[in-house]
Design a protein around this ligand. Structure first.
Ligand SMILES: NC(=O)c1ccc[n+]([C@@H]2O[C@H](COP(=O)([O-])OP(=O)(O)OC[C@H]3O[C@@H](n4cnc5c(N)ncnc54)[C@H](O)[C@@H]3O)[C@@H](O)[C@H]2O)c1
Length: 253
């Protein structure tokens, strides 16, 4: 077990990718403080995993709440080793239809500022422990690609990549490593929004292998990235997009 005895905090723990990360970290021997907006989802996680998982209702847009989330992990398990900033939202909508407060500020508050909050609060905890630590941020393949209807999402994920680099540099003297994962298309409630938009078949056709990534495939890579096996991966965003970023939708059937 790669993460035996490690203590992790995970935001967005009740979503598709988040639940898979909780499963994987617990299998690898970690204890997890699962944080999310969903009270019912958190209760399910605790029922499934028992004492290996503590929970805290947390809104990552609120810095005091994020600080309290870290304090809850320390209270439950004694310290912090791994911070995973995974909470995110996507609200697909054409740019021309934007209401800036909802469609830019709203997405930025969760995807960008929420990650920033997690980085700062975790770094302060690592410093107080004099322990080092690992921070893993969930980016996206869309950090580097333009796409329709996801203006604020792509901008926020580009910010996640830069925050990952800058935080790695500034926190290195504390022995803290920071990296990010960039999934492509993962079958979760977030992606299922495109089903409602009538784009589900199209999304499959755009995949090199015509299949979506499963949440557990992302969780496997997350577990590697937060483990000592990935010790020399620092400041980097690791693509886990099944080739999406290097693939053009073919003309041939
Ligand atoms: N699904 C994909 O195809 C895909 C691709 C690339 C990147 N990602 C990223 O992966 C991460 C997880 O996405 P997912 O696909 O599991 O989505 P999801 O919608 O299934 O889960 C997201 C979770 O985040 C929680 N959340 C939302 N706002 C929050 C807030 N303010 N505070 C705390 N929790 C909050 C939600 O309650 C939900 O449980 C996101 O950062 C997303 O951008 C997803």
């Amino acid at each position: 077990m790669r993460l035996q005895g490690k203590i992790a905090v995970l935001t967005g723990a009740c979503g598709g990718i988040g639940q898979a990360i909780v499963d994987k970290l617990v299998k690898e021997g970690a204890c997890v403080l699962a944080a999310d907006l969903s009270e019912a989802g958190l209760a399910d996680l605790h029922d499934t995993h028992g004492d290996a998982v503590a929970t805290r209702l947390t809104d990552v847009t609120d810095y005091r709440d994020v600080q309290a989330m870290i304090a809850a992990a320390v209270e439950a398990f004694g310290r912090l080793d791994i911070m995973i900033n995974n909470a995110g939202i996507a609200q697909p909508k054409p740019l021309i239809e934007h209401d800036p407060e909802r469609d830019f500020d709203g997405v930025t508050a969760v995807n960008q500022k929420g990650v920033y909050h997690g980085i700062v609060a975790a770094a302060q905890q690592f410093r107080s422990q004099s322990s080092g630590g690992v921070i893993l941020n969930t980016s996206s393949v869309y950090a580097k690609m333009a796409s329709e209807m996801t203006f604020s999402y792509n901008v926020s994920k580009a910010a996640v990549d830069m925050m990952t680099k800058c935080a790695a540099l500034e926190l290195a003297p504390l022995g803290v490593r920071v990296c990010a994962i960039a999934p492509g298309r993962v079958d979760t409630p977030m992606l299922r929004q495109y089903e409602a938009l009538g784009l589900w078949d199209h999304i499959h056709k755009e995949q090199m292998r015509r299949t979506l990534t499963s949440p557990s495939e992302i969780a496997d890579i997350v577990a590697f990235l937060v483990s000592d096996d990935a010790n020399c991966i620092n400041g980097s965003t690791i693509d886990a997009a099944d080739g999406f970023e290097s693939f053009k939708f073919p003309l041939l059937p």
